[in-house]
Design a binder for this molecule. Sequence first.
Ligand code: AAT
Length: 286
Amino acid sequence: FKKGWFSEFNDLWPGISVSFEVTKILHHEKSQFQDILLVDTKAHGRLLVLDGIIQCSESDEFSYQEMISFLPLCTHPNPKNVLIVGGGDGGVAREVVKHPGVEHVTQVEIDGRVLELSRQYLPSLACGLSHPKVTLYVGDGFEFMQKHSQQFDVIITDSSDPIGPAECLFQESYFALMKTALKPGGLVCSQAGTIWSNDLQVEKTLEHCKSVFPAASYAYTSVPTYPTGQIGFVMGSLNPNTKFGEPVKVFTENELDEMKLKYYDDKIHRSSFVLPRFAAKAIKNL
Ligand code: AAT
């Protein structure tokens, strides 16, 4: 362990660890739900770490936040009402409100301290939390889902990994609750781990999604500072004819510039559902 470096050690990715040279420890505390660490790094800007796991780095967060938001938003024909579960840094809200069809965003994050600390230390992400279209609740996403039915066009689950407070957000019962909370024709998109990990998280999450939704798929994006450099999303739709890899909303180059999108466009949307052979085979066998 090199002095002055942060290393991400976790059994979800046995035998590997991503490390960053730290220039300053900005904040460290134990909240009611988790250990929260914010540091400044030499090469990747600020880092938010929960229970020892990297949630985002300022240098590449745009890839994850744009993709988890615009993949479902551009697959749905009319995404007016959106629910975000988790996403305490505010980056997903920042992206979702950019879509011209989105009228209202509801967000439920379990840890009020993550919201407060993101506002303080990650303002370029947390700006999303204060947007006039966003209504923010502090609470558990699973419990929130039990109390809502037929309300949302799109549900984005920007959750931490399936250990700690987010474990319930990967279960089949959570996918069933999301189905009830959706309006007819609704879509879900959930953080679902990397195909390079051998813990079967992708397969399990996709299986749960498939057993609840008539159409389901997996897409991925590259995020250099997440373990294995890659992370994916499981998507489910109430419309059995949904073609996930075929965006129904295509933005022009000008619109993409105006929305300040740095990663997402319709070409990367299509390509993100094209999986390498080993992953395609593993998923096909479900
Ligand atoms: N935008 C990328 C960052 C995240 S943050 C995930 C958020 O989910 C955290 O703020 C955490 O407090 C919140 N969370 C965890 N459990 C729940 C729950 N049950 N209900 C509501 N919110 C919850 C995602 C990082 C992905 C990391 C990949 N390795």
